[in-house]
Write a new protein. Sequence first.
Length: 136
Amino acid sequence: MTSKRALKRFGLPANAAVRDEIRAVLEQQIVIESKQEEFEPEILRTLCVQLFSIGMVEDSLLIWKAKNCNFDAACGLDIQFLCGAGLQATKEFLKASTDPQAAKAFDYVSKCEGAGDFEEWTPAGWVEYYRKYYRL
């Protein structure tokens, strides 16, 4: 799937009715990206922002998995993508989760928050930024 096709199919903000489909496509893309030597940032970025736009805190761990599928994804996918439900709700979810990756994600989000990465940031503003980025 391409970024353009994902935008046409799922929209931005994405429709919550297609959340499971976005998750499935993102899982497939994570497998592909984990095996490739070159990072294809647009499709991962697009799927992450679409999932982010739905605002379900539970999706933060899948987005974290995408961010960590290879070195380039770790650098190229913004930490804010984890926080579609908001920064505080995401931190609370991650802190309460028993998933071993949740503690790592919580620590990283907290570190980024301390560095100022979330100053004047809002989920709605992030979606609007990406709508402009994709010229929607």
